[in-house]
Each structure stands twice: as structure tokens, then as C-alpha cells.
Design a protein around this ligand. Structure first.
Ligand code: 0WK
Ligand code: 0WK
Ligand code: BGC
Ligand code: BGC
Length: 921
């Protein structure tokens, strides 16, 4: 049998086609479609593991990392597309001295910036003018922004020292500064695959993949944002640089790696790395062919076993040689010349065989690239749930461009692996810098957009000094309000509540709560002797706008009707209960059960109420209804009710804060300081105060303190600024909101801080940004012009961190605002700026109040609790935290605890009613 085999072997030796022996020898490199599909599938799996947007102007561009280092000037004219001459370019290639490829990284970048300067010289481009620059950098970088990317590792023939992990854009900027004499703004850094995709995408909107088959190899594509864990937002797409050269570095391709691949890898300057690249790219193809030919020669399969030193020498066969050997017409002649060049005396069979080696090596390269590409295209097809996919791949790289058959082979296998896809390949005919310039044009537009948005929002970003000023003005306003009988911006209205609850309160009370978002009727039952054992029942009623802004009679009739409904609901129509009335508007009180409405605020404008006693208005309405009777014992502001509610839980609570539809604060002020009502309440001895000064912090109630008569003052701090004292922080948007409000010129502080107005401030800013073309594509919709469309609840929803941009967009959708991802980001930022300012201003106001109390009591440190209520404070994701932080910073000697009120101010009103009743009994 062997004899026969030998005979047939020699017979075949005689007749055998020399390529056959090469086919046998390189069997492992001849990959058929199942293997390519398998590689493609493995590649897709790796991708999954690895994952988890006018363009005109003149740009400089640097193109570093391919076979040539180029400096270019690119002029982009809008909407004309490359083919129609929309882009003009001038370029110059600068050689990179070998020693710089393995020298200090900073020196390599020094050479780059020197070349840039030389380019400007050569082209008489002014050095004074600031030049935007696009930087194509063809090595793996972890990018955190368009103009920031940290080098993961070098590749190809680059191995400079000292830059791994560094931000290459910063390194370039420093090199340009060191070179000096030129003013360049590095706007964007892109990988050459990305730049190539953008270059081709300029003319072909289907181009969503960039492919480089050059010195190195790599691909990028447009991935769905929702699949990229590393980036916020899940709507839209982002270009992902796959760095597919590293495929197989985890040995997932070992069954396809041949001994020649292992030899190339072992001899490379990054062994174990870029395994896939080493089977495909121009840096290695020539070397693969040399090692195969060397091995075959040693085995006597070529050149009768003769081996030359040249053939033994690394790099002696280049990828350009491989391409030349495969040339259609002159391939064999080129092969002969090349082998002769290597001091080999090849026979024609040798030439045929060596040419075939080149074919198999480069065929494998295009096959593997096709398998990788097929994986990417299938993923895009799946991402978009498409049965068929029409897509364009932008390609560049010397192997693809100069190797005669390479493109055809690649296209053919891709189409064979993905028959259902319509794949077009576009060669980037002028390199990647156009693409880089286009990205920079986008970066420039985004940067200018960013600058304009920052400029627009800058007035909302209050500095520490400004907040300190607001605190000082608030303090001055508090002091002035206590003194002046006349109108003061901060009214400082006495509440006739002299103390906080002491737990002895008992009995059943009705509480009516008007003024926030809704009207609430409550039944509060304080069980005898068991503190904190309170039963509370309530029902919420809406107040229609037409009632809020109708006649006072209609409003109070509506309230009486709600009370009637509640008493029915509680089956207590004939109970004749003592009631407390929380009325969340500025009322001048002369006693606990009377309150003259000074002026409406928020959304109310009912007629014939201002200047009237609201308790009488309610009693009259109840009388008009003639169904039930109430003993209205107390009328309180919602801040006072809230303070009392929380003081029932925490005796240290002596301040009430509302941050809701409106904003306001009350606190326990010492009677002696309430000068405007002095004659009524008598004065305590000055001496007494000093005595307490240096005996440490509040907390353990000192006898002296308790005796100091106090009264709760409803500050009505919403009026701060009505005298123009806030004009230096009020923005044109605030002016607009004030002018469109029901009470122009009034409640200026409230209009900067409360839920009734924040949405409107945001809308005004969005309108301005849209008119400026920075939002919603400059399209000012009727919706956006509609007052009140942006309710404060949207701000809370839009700003809650958990929300990916998708929901922001759906909220905008609900509001009939078609938005892009960028729009959502800007809208979220505007909401953030407006709500943060509001919280900071309230924090500054609170600092003024607690500081006053601390000084009132001559304390070095004050411990105090603030009872809080209001949808803005309770529901907004950041408001409460920013307010507390601001108060802490501006009142460092006060340790302020913020206690959200559980049942609202209703219980507080009932407590006050209970106290008031106890007095009368
Ligand atoms: C030309 C592009 C450049 C890219 C190169 C890749 O302008 O950005 O790096 O193609 O091909 P190579 O020069 O490595 O063959
Ligand atoms: C709930 C209180 C009520 C107060 C309201 C303010 O019970 O007295 O007016 O909070 O918050 P808003 O409803 O305005 O958000
Ligand atoms: C680099 C890639 C680059 C490719 C083509 C690879 O070695 O890692 O960043 O895109 O070469 O130039
Ligand atoms: C009113 C205050 C009220 C605050 C919170 C303001 O508009 O003037 O009386 O406390 O809103 O509801």
C-alpha cells in the first residue's frame, strides 16, 4: 500500500498542481463558511460582553496610527456632501522617525505638534488665529467624552513609553503648548474606524459601520444606546469602536490559530494581544507568508529545500509583496522577482506555490474580516428587529485599498454569510480626516450649544456670596417686618399661637385645610392621656380653578359644601365640633380665631375676600348652607399648622416650613421682639437675656428659655424681593413669570422658589433655548407657548436620577414636545438649575431664620427642628437635600433637623384648636 502511495506520490509529484501541496500544508488556514459562521457567532458573543450623536467650518486634522501620519486642513461646507465638493482638503504626510515609535510617548506627541506647526507654516495659515482641530488616533482608547480618551494600549508598530492609561487628548494639548506659537483647540478625538464611517456617512446615510483593513484592523458601528451600560440614556444610538483586533486574546480562537500565527505573535511587540488583528492586518500578512514559505522550504516542499538568510529574516516579505504576488496579471512574475530578491532561485512551480500561499493567507484575512463584519451586521439587524438590513460599510486601509482581490473577496463572503442583507461597501477615498473634521464640526456645534446653555443657565447658578446676600436680606426683612406696623415685604404676621403642644391635648376636632394643592377636611381625635395616640380621618377635595378665581362667596360655599360632604361621610353632621381652619394665605390676625386676608397668593384670586376676616367668610357660608354648625376656634397658616403637627412628635420643633405650591416659614419668636404689637403683650427685662448667653447649646430646656414668652410668627417670606431687593438675582425668565402671574410684583421670593412657578420658569427658559435653535430643532410649538404646561411634578419626574432619558422623552412626548436625546439632556439640566436655585434660596432663607433664633437666645450653638410639608419638598428628588445643605453651610452654628410632617397641617390646626379650647374652658 505504502509502495503504491509512494508511486502515486511521485507520479503526482510529477503531475501534481503545486498549489495542491500548499492547500494540504495550509489546510488549517482554509476556512469554509461553517467555520466563518462559527467565528462570526463567537464574535457576536464577545460583542455582547463588551457593550455593557449645521456641520460647517474649517478644521485642522491630525491622522495618527495608520501607515502614514498626516496633518490636514479640512474645509466643510454645509449640506453639500463630499461628492458635491462639500469638503475641501489639503494634507501633508510627515514621516515618524523609528526611534520615536519606541521612545518616550511625550516625544512622539512633540513630533506631532511640531509637524502641525510646520504644516501651518508651509500653508501660510495664521498662527495667531484659534484653529479647531480634529484628532484621528488609531489605537484603543477608553473615551469618556469626544475630547477625552485614555490609552488602553499601543499596537501595530507603535510602542512609545509612558502614555498607557493617560488621556491622549491632554497629552496632545500639552505637546502643542510645549511647541508654542500656535493656538489650536482640540475639539474631538476619534478612532480611524469612526472617522472613516463619518467620512462615508457624509454622502451615504446608510453608512453606519466603519472598517479598517490596514496596518491594523478594526471596525466600529452604531449600537443602540440601551445596550451600552457604560453610557446614560437608552434612546438613540452611539458609535462603538469594537477594537475587534483583540478578539481571541482570551483564547476563544485557539482552534483556528496555526503554528505560523503563534510564531508571528511570539515575535511581535505585543505577544498574546491583538490575536484577531495578527491573522488579518497588513502589519502581519507578509510575515505569515514568510514563515509559511520558510517552513515549506525547510521541509523541502519549496526551492528543493534551499533556505536563504533573507527568507529567515523577519519582515522580509511585506504585505505589499503579498498583494503584488496576487496581482492578476503580473502575480507570478512579481512572485519570481520577490523570491529572487530573497536570494532564492524559485522554479515556476515554486512561484505558483508561493503565490498560492499568499492567496491562502490573504484569503483567510478577508474571510475572517468578513466573519467579524457579518457578526456586526447581524447584531444591527437584530437590534432593529429587521428581517433584511440595508446598510453601508465605510472602508479604509492599505490592505483593502491596495490588495487587488481583497475587496471583492471580502464583499463576496459577507454577502454569502448574510444573504438577507443588502450590504454596500464605500471606500473612503481621502482618508479619515474628513470624518474627524465632521465629528469636530459636531463637537464644535455641541460645544457652542453647551456654552450657550451654560450662559443661559449661569444666572441660576447662585454663588455662595449671592446666597449669603439673600440670607442677609432675609434677616433684614424679618427684623423689619417685626418692627414695622406698615407694609413690609416680609409681613411677619402674629399667629397668636404662644407655645407648641405639650401632649396634654385631648378631644375630637375638625380641621379644614385650604391653600395647598387641594382642600382637605380632617377629623382629629386626641385620645385622653396617651400622647401620640391620635386618630385622624380625612378626605381630599379639589378646588376648581374657576372657584379659586371666582367670587369669595362661591369659594367659601364650595368649602362649606366639602365640609358638609365630609361630615356626612363621617356621619357627624350634628356633631357641632370645634374646628381649626388652616388657611394658607397671609392673614393679619388680632386673635386666634380671626384673620384678615391681606392678599391672595398662588392660584387664588377670589373676589371680596382680601381685607376680610376669612373666619367670618366661612361662618357665613356655613350659615348660608344651614345644614351643620361648626365652632371655628382657630385659624392658622399652614406653616403654623405644620410646625404644631411636628412639634407634637418632636418638642424641639419651633419652625414650620412649607415648600409646595407656595413657600413660607413660621417660627417661635420672642414676644419682646415683636415690636409692632408690643403694647399688647408687655416686655421682658433686658438683663435676663445676657444671663443665659454663655451656658452652651439649646437642647436641654433651661428654665429661663421656657419662661421667655414667645409667639409663632408667620413670616410670609414669599414677599421678599417685592421691594426690588432681589433684582440682582432675578432673571428675565423670572420677570416673564411674574408679569404673567395673577399678582405681578408680589411674592417675588415665592416666584423663585415654589411649585406654582418653577414649571413656568423652566418653560420660559426652554422657550428661549428653542428660539435660539438649541432645543427641539428650534421649533417653538403651541404647546411650549402654553402657560402652566410644565407642572412642577414634571420637574420632579424629569430630575429623578433613576429615570433614563427615555422617560424624560416620554414626558416631553406627553407634552407634545418631540425631542431628541440631546434635547432631553438639556431639558433635564434646565429643570435641575431652576429647582436647585429654588432649594438654595429656601436654604438661605432658613439659615436667616435659625440664625435669628440662635441670636435671640444668645446661644453659640442652636439645636432646632423644622417641621416641613409641601409637594416640592416631599416629592422632588433633590430639593430637600439641597435646601438642608445650603442651610447647614450658611448657618454653621445651628444644627437643624428637618422633620417632614406626616398628616399635613390638619393635626396642627386641631392641636391649636385644642389649646385654644383648653384656654376657654
Ligand atoms: C487611512 C486613514 C487613517 C487610517 C488608515 C488605516 O486616514 O486614519 O488609520 O487609513 O490604514 P493604514 O494606513 O493603516 O493601512
Ligand atoms: C400639606 C398641608 C397643607 C399645605 C400643603 C402645602 O397639609 O396645609 O398647604 O401641604 O403643600 P402643597 O400642597 O402646596 O404642595
Ligand atoms: C487599533 C485600532 C485601529 C486599527 C486600525 C488597531 O491596531 O487598535 O484602534 O482602529 O488598528 O488602524
Ligand atoms: C402663602 C402662605 C403659605 C404658603 C405655603 C404662600 O403663597 O402666602 O401663607 O403659607 O404659600 O402654602
Amino acid at each position: 500500500m505504502l509502495a503504491v502511495h509512494l508511486v502515486s506520490f511521485f507520479f503526482s509529484k510529477l503531475q501534481e498542481d503545486p498549489t495542491k501541496k500548499v492547500d494540504r500544508f495550509l489546510y488549517a488556514m482554509r476556512l469554509h463558511d461553517d467555520q466563518l459562521k462559527d467565528i462570526s457567532a463567537r464574535f457576536q458573543a464577545e460583542m455582547k460582553k463588551g457593550l455593557s450623536s449645521e456641520k460647517k467650518g474649517q478644521f485642522l486634522a491630525l491622522d495618527l496610527g495608520g501607515s502614514k501620519f498626516k496633518v490636514l486642513q479640512v474645509k466643510v461646507r454645509e449640506g453639500m456632501g463630499i461628492k458635491r465638493g462639500g469638503v475641501e482638503m489639503e494634507e501633508r504626510t510627515y514621516p515618524i522617525p523609528k526611534e520615536l515609535l519606541i521612545g518616550k510617548g511625550t516625544e512622539l506627541f512633540g513630533h506631532v505638534s511640531e509637524s502641525l506647526k510646520d504644516f501651518l507654516h508651509q500653508r501660510n495659515i495664521s498662527l495667531e488665529k484659534k484653529h479647531p482641530l480634529a484628532f484621528t488616533f488609531s489605537f484603543p482608547c477608553e473615551q469618556t467624552a469626544l475630547d477625552q480618551g485614555f490609552l488602553l494600549g499601543w499596537g501595530k508598530n507603535y510602542r512609545p513609553r509612558g502614555l498607557q492609561g493617560k488621556d491622549v487628548v491632554q497629552t496632545l494639548r500639552e505637546a502643542i503648548d510645549r511647541t508654542g506659537g500656535l493656538d489650536v483647540e482640540v475639539l474631538a478625538m476619534v478612532n480611524d474606524t469612526v472617522a472613516t464611517m463619518m467620512t462615508c456617512g457624509f454622502d451615504d446615510e446608510y453608512c453606519e459601520v466603519g472598517l479598517i483593513i490596514g496596518t491594523g484592523t478594526n471596525a466600529c458601528y452604531m449600537e443602540e444606546l440601551r445596550h451600552i451600560d457604560l453610557v446614560e440614556g437608552d434612546e438613540g444610538r452611539m458609535c462603538v469602536n469594537t477594537e475587534w483586533g483583540g478578539f481571541g486574546d482570551d483564547e476563544s480562537l485557539n482552534d483556528y490559530i496555526t503554528e505560523f500565527d503563534r510564531d508571528v505573535d511570539a515575535a511581535s511587540n505585543n505577544p498574546g494581544k491583538q490575536i484577531f488583528e495578527k491573522m488579518i492586518s497588513g502589519m502581519y500578512l507578509g510575515e505569515l507568508v514568510r514563515l509559511v514559505v520558510l517552513k515549506m522550504a525547510k521541509l523541502g516542499l519549496l526551492f528543493d529545500g534551499r533556505v536563504s538568510d533573507a527568507l529567515r529574516t523577519k519582515g522580509k516579505i511585506t504585505t505589499a509583496h503579498v498583494a503584488a504576488m496576487e496581482e492578476y496579471k503580473n502575480g507570478l512574475k512579481n512572485t519570481k522577482d520577490i523570491l529572487t530578491e530573497l536570494d532564492l532561485n524559485p522554479s515556476s512551480d515554486d512561484c505558483i506555490a508561493v503565490q498560492h500561499v499568499s492567496t491562502i493567507v490573504s484569503f483567510r484575512s478577508s474571510n475572517l474580516a468578513a466573519a467579524g463584519l457579518a457578526a456586526i451586521l447581524s447584531r444591527i439587524k437584530q437590534n432593529r428587529n429587521l428581517r433584511t438590513l440595508r446598510i453601508t460599510v465605510g472602508v479604509d486601509g492599505t490592505v483593502y485599498k491596495t490588495h487587488p482581490q481583497y475587496p471583492k473577496r471580502l464583499h463576496k463572503v459577507v454577502r454569502r454569510l448574510l444573504p438577507e442583507c443588502h450590504v454596500r461597501f464605500v471606500l473612503s477615498d481621502s482618508g479619515s480626516s474628513k470624518g474627524a473634521a465632521l465629528v469636530s464640526a459636531v463637537a464644535q456645534r455641541l460645544a457652542s450649544q453647551r456654552r450657550q446653555v451654560d450662559e443661559t443657565l449661569a444666572p441660576f447658578r447662585l454663588s455662595q456670596e449671592q446666597l449669603q446676600l439673600v440670607k442677609t436680606r432675609m434677616r433684614a426683612g424679618l427684623e423689619a417686618g417685626l418692627k414695622s406696623k406698615g407694609p413690609s415685604t416680609i409681613k411677619m404676621l402674629p399667629s397668636f399661637v404662644y407655645r407648641t403642644p405639650d401632649g396634654t391635648e385631648k378631644g375630637k376636632y375638625l380641621a379644614l385645610d385650604l391653600g395647598g394643592t387641594n382642600f382637605r377636611a380632617l377629623l382629629v381625635n386626641f385620645k385622653k392621656g396617651l400622647q401620640h395616640n391620635v386618630r385622624l380621618y380625612h378626605k381630599i377635595y379639589t378646588i376648581p380653578q374657576e372657584i379659586m378665581q371666582g367670587t369669595g362667596e362661591e369659594l367659601f360655599d364650595h368649602i362649606a359644601q366639602c365640609v358638609s360632604d365630609f361630615l356626612d361621610y363621617m356621619g357627624m353632621k350634628n356633631a357641632h365640633l370645634p374646628a381649626g381652619f388652616t388657611f394658607s394665605f397671609p392673614c393679619e390676625q388680632t386673635a386666634i380665631d380671626t384673620g384678615t386676608l391681606v392678599s391672595w397668593t398662588k392660584g387664588y384670586k377670589a373676589t371680596d375676600c382680601e381685607g376680610h376676616d376669612v373666619v367670618s367668610l366661612l361662618r357665613e357660608a356655613i350659615k348660608r348652607r344651614n345644614e351643620f354648625d361648626l365652632d371655628i376656634v382657630a385659624v392658622v397658616n399652614d406653616t403654623v399648622g405644620t410646625m404644631m403637627s411636628c412639634a407634637y412628635e418632636d418638642p424641639q420643633c419651633e419652625i414650620g416650613l412649607i415648600a409646595g405650591t407656595g413657600t413660607n416659614v413660621c417660627y417661635m419668636e420672642e414676644l419682646k421682639n415683636i415690636e409692632k404689637t408690643e403694647q399688647k403683650f408687655g416686655k421682658t427685662e433686658e438683663g435676663e437675656k445676657e444671663e443665659h448667653m454663655d451656658e452652651g447649646t439649646e437642647g436641654e430646656k433651661k428654665e429661663g428659655d421656657a419662661e421667655i414668652p414667645k409667639m409663632c410668627i408667620n413670616t410670609e417670606w414669599g414677599g421678599l424681593g417685592d421691594d426690588g431687593s432681589l433684582d440682582d438675582i432675578i432673571t428675565p425668565y423670572d420677570v416673564e413669570v411674574n408679569q404673567n402671574s395673577l399678582n405681578p410684583g408680589k411674592q417675588r421670593f415665592e416666584k423663585l422658589t415654589s411649585g406654582m412657578y418653577l414649571g413656568e420658569v423652566v418653560r420660559q427658559v426652554l422657550l428661549d433655548l428653542t428660539r435660539g435653535g438649541l432645543l427641539f430643532r428650534g421649533h417653538v410649538t403651541e404647546t411650549l407657548k402654553t402657560p402652566g404646561i410644565f407642572q412642577t411634578k414634571y420637574l420632579s419626574q424629569i430630575e429623578s436620577d433613576r429615570l433614563a432619558l427615555l422617560q424624560v422623552r416620554s414626558i416631553l412626548q406627553q407634552l407634545g414636545l418631540n425631542s431628541t436625546c440631546d434635547d432631553s439632556i438639556i431639558v433635564k439640566e434646565v429643570c435641575g438649575a431652576v429647582s436647585r436655585r429654588a432649594a438654595q434660596l429656601c436654604g438661605a432663607g432658613m439659615a436667616a431664620v435659625v440664625e435669628k433664633i440662635r441670636e435671640n437666645r444668645g446661644l453659640v450653638h442652636l439645636n432646632i427642628t423644622v417641621g416641613v410639608d409641601g409637594a416640592l419638598y416631599k416629592l422632588h428628588p433633590h430639593f430637600a437635600g439641597v435646601l438642608q445643605e445650603t442651610a447647614r453651610i450658611l448657618a454653621p452654628q445651628c444644627n437643624v433637623t428637618f422633620l417632614p410632617s406626616e398628616e399635613g397641617s390638619g393635626k396642627g390646626a386641631a392641636l391649636i384648636t385644642a389649646v385654644a379650647r383648653q384656654k376657654h374652658d
